[in-house]
Design a protein around this ligand. Structure first.
Ligand SMILES: NC(=O)c1ccc[n+]([C@@H]2O[C@H](COP(=O)([O-])OP(=O)(O)OC[C@H]3O[C@@H](n4cnc5c(N)ncnc54)[C@H](OP(=O)(O)O)[C@@H]3O)[C@@H](O)[C@H]2O)c1
Length: 326
């Protein structure tokens, strides 16, 4: 028995979300976007994503694939409302109209105040059926573009503060160590780096740990260049340390003021930034309310007990349930 059309749309959106997720951390200043093309009867034709700035948008990626094989697209499922403006690439709405697509299913509207709504209206004006995906999938589409939404509406990037804690709560590693969490926690921390456009740290961390700040525990985006923002009013970090960090691919920026740093990072196009400082810098971000997500990695109480990763959101006020045990 064939599945119901709605199930096919949900499945197509899941594929589009998965494709888009592969490129989180690579698309700034653009949002990650995924799309899936379905043929008549809901047959899966192609799925793809926007990979990095200057490359085709997700809708065009899948439409081009179908055109190359001479296949007519019936329904295009896309995580974000198709754009209707000329940027580095022509409007996706034009490509959708030209391809003779019958129906477009989108996840969320474009939050960019300069273009909001224009895509849907234009498609409707050309007789294309336009519908929003079922509510059960909208949240995932919304979470995907949270950092883009933050930057486009406030001018500042989405800020994740990551802190690791010993069972007693301290962030200071045991004598002679730089890290104390499990290999799985370290992989998770490197995933956070991978999706970030900038790493933010303080002089205390650099002097104590001499961290590399590179993505090593997971495969990084091959061509990614990140900013490394250093807070060091007393100028204790040496030019030699900065030169070594530059040779690892970082562009180094110094800042003394958190708000000015976030404005600067937003204007440079960063969508997501990761604070990897010691207790002093981490608390500064948290106490000033200049954060969007606090990831607390808590070391297990014994070698047999897994670490716990808690994700704390500013709106929640208190900690959410553990996100994962690793
Ligand atoms: N467990 C973890 O997650 C974790 C992560 C990183 C580091 N650590 C540990 O933390 C320890 C170092 O702690 P820490 O607190 O000294 O390091 P830190 O927070 O990385 O750096 C502190 C420095 O950052 C600057 N800073 C902090 N807040 C600021 C603000 N609001 N505005 C401007 N500048 C600001 C100051 O530099 P100036 O004094 O020059 O102005 C301050 O001395 C080390 O033992 C390290 O191993 C732990």
């Amino acid at each position: 028995m064939n599945p119901k059309p709605e199930m096919e749309l949900l499945r197509a959106m899941t594929l589009a979300l998965q494709e888009a997720s592969l490129h989180i951390g690579r698309t700034a200043p653009n949002p990650p976007v995924g799309a899936t093309a379905l043929g008549a009867g809901g047959i899966l034709l192609a799925t793809g994503a926007h990979e990095q700035p200057g490359t085709p948008h997700a809708e065009v990626v899948v439409l081009d694939r179908c055109r190359a094989e001479n296949i007519q697209v019936d329904t295009l499922v896309v995580t974000l409302e198709p754009c209707n403006h000329f940027g580095r690439t022509p409007p996706c709405t034009d490509a959708i109209i030209a391809a003779g697509v019958r129906r477009v299913i989108y996840g969320v509207r474009d939050p960019n105040p300069r273009v909001a709504g224009g895509g849907i209206e234009k498609l409707l004006a050309h007789g294309i059926v336009v519908e929003q995906i079922d509510a059960s999938k909208r949240d995932e589409c919304d979470i995907l573009i949270q950092p883009f939404r933050k930057r486009i509406t406030t001018g500042r990037p989405f800020v994740t503060v990551k802190t690791a804690h010993l069972p007693g709560g301290s962030m200071i590693p045991p004598f002679g160590r730089k890290t104390f969490t499990s290999p799985a926690s370290i992989r998770f921390a490197h995933e956070l780096r991978k999706r970030s456009d900038a790493i933010i740290t303080g002089s205390g961390t650099v002097l104590a740990d001499d961290p590399l700040f590179t993505v090593r525990a997971v495969a990084d985006h091959p061509d990614k260049k990140r900013l490394l923002v250093i807070f060091d009013r007393r100028k204790r970090i040496t030019p030699a340390w900065e030169a070594a960090a530059s040779s690892r691919g970082f562009e180094i920026i110094r800042h003394d003021d958190i708000e000015a740093a976030l404005d600067d990072l937003g204007s440079r196009g960063c969508l997501e930034v990761l604070v990897e400082g010691g207790p002093s810098l981490a608390q500064s971000f948290l106490l000033q309310g200049l954060w969007d997500r606090h990831v607390r990695i808590e070391q297990g109480r014994s070698a047999l007990e897994p670490d716990i990763i808690r994700t704390v959101l500013p709106t929640a006020g208190t900690e959410t349930a553990p996100a994962a045990s690793v």
